[in-house]
Design a protein around this ligand. Structure first.
Ligand code: ADP
Length: 247
């Protein structure tokens, strides 16, 4: 009996390992693709700079512009690597006792400028009682920041009257903590609705499509669920749960 169990466990571990390898392969190939673009841009700006140096009179302004563009592209490549590193690291939480409403407020504070610049009205409906949980606070704040940032992005082109960002916290019947981030934007595009939480699904020109994937990894690593629902008025709601028990 013991031997069967041990074999079963080995099999499970192997499956898990294969799954991880498949995800890593997917990340590696997309990373290669994503990084290639800024690198090619850097190479061609460099060519342009070299040609300018050969010109009879040095076009200083053009040269400076091309060098600035080079710098932007290099930073973009670095940013892509940083996000992927964050994605991989996000699978290893280091839990402490924290309070979910406080984390929500922290995440909002980090995005204060974007909320003001986007002329967004914030509606907070947080449960009055403290929502204590054993979790990695940095990762949970990152989850909330990602969801809030997506909501802000989704409302960037909305009429001003439809720019309310709502954040709710609650407890479900079984005691689990439920956090909801709701916007009044255009809703999730049908083209990516099926793969919403998979890596590299994006409809944004500068997007990496890692945000929701990171959210899912983090929430699941904490024993919770994350899902999307369309609002009756056309916007989106993203919800996630965190288990009730404080160990
Ligand atoms: P990124 O923001 O880099 O595109 P995400 O994984 O955070 O990556 O989001 C993936 C895609 O899901 C977005 O490009 C967008 O199309 C869609 N999406 C996410 N949040 C929302 C939202 N609140 N409203 C509409 N679409 C959304």
């Amino acid at each position: 009996q013991k031997r069967v169990q041990s074999l079963k466990r080995q099999h499970q571990d192997m499956l898990h390992k294969n799954e991880r390898l498949a995800t890593l392969a997917e990340i590696a190939s997309s990373l290669a693709h994503e990084i290639n673009q800024p690198l090619m841009a850097i190479a061609s700006y460099n060519d342009a700079c070299l040609r300018m140096l050969d010109a009879p009179t040095l076009p200083r302004d053009d040269l400076a512009t091309a060098l600035r563009r080079c710098r932007e592209q290099a930073l973009r490549a670095g940013n892509i690597i940083g996000r992927v590193r964050e994605f991989i690291r996000s699978k290893r939480p280091s839990p402490v006792v924290c309070e979910v409403n406080t984390l929500i407020r922290e995440a909002i504070e980090l995005l204060e400028t974007q909320i003001a610049d986007g002329a967004i009205t914030l509606r907070l409906a947080l449960l009055a009682e403290p929502l204590s949980i054993r979790a990695d606070p940095t990762l949970l704040v990152q989850v909330m920041v990602n969801l809030l940032q997506n909501a802000i992005d989704a409302m960037a082109t909305c009429p001003l009257a439809r720019r309310t960002l709502s954040v709710f916290s609650a407890r479900s019947d079984d005691g689990a903590i439920v956090v909801t981030v709701a916007d009044q934007g255009g809703g999730v595009a049908a083209t990516i609705a099926d793969q919403l939480f998979s890596p590299f699904q994006t409809t944004k020109a500068q997007g990496l499509g890692l945000g929701l994937s990171i959210c899912r990894s983090v929430v699941e690593a904490h024993g919770g669920w994350i899902w999307y629902s369309a609002n009756a008025d056309g916007g989106s709601s993203f919800h996630f749960t965190l288990p009730a028990q404080v160990e």
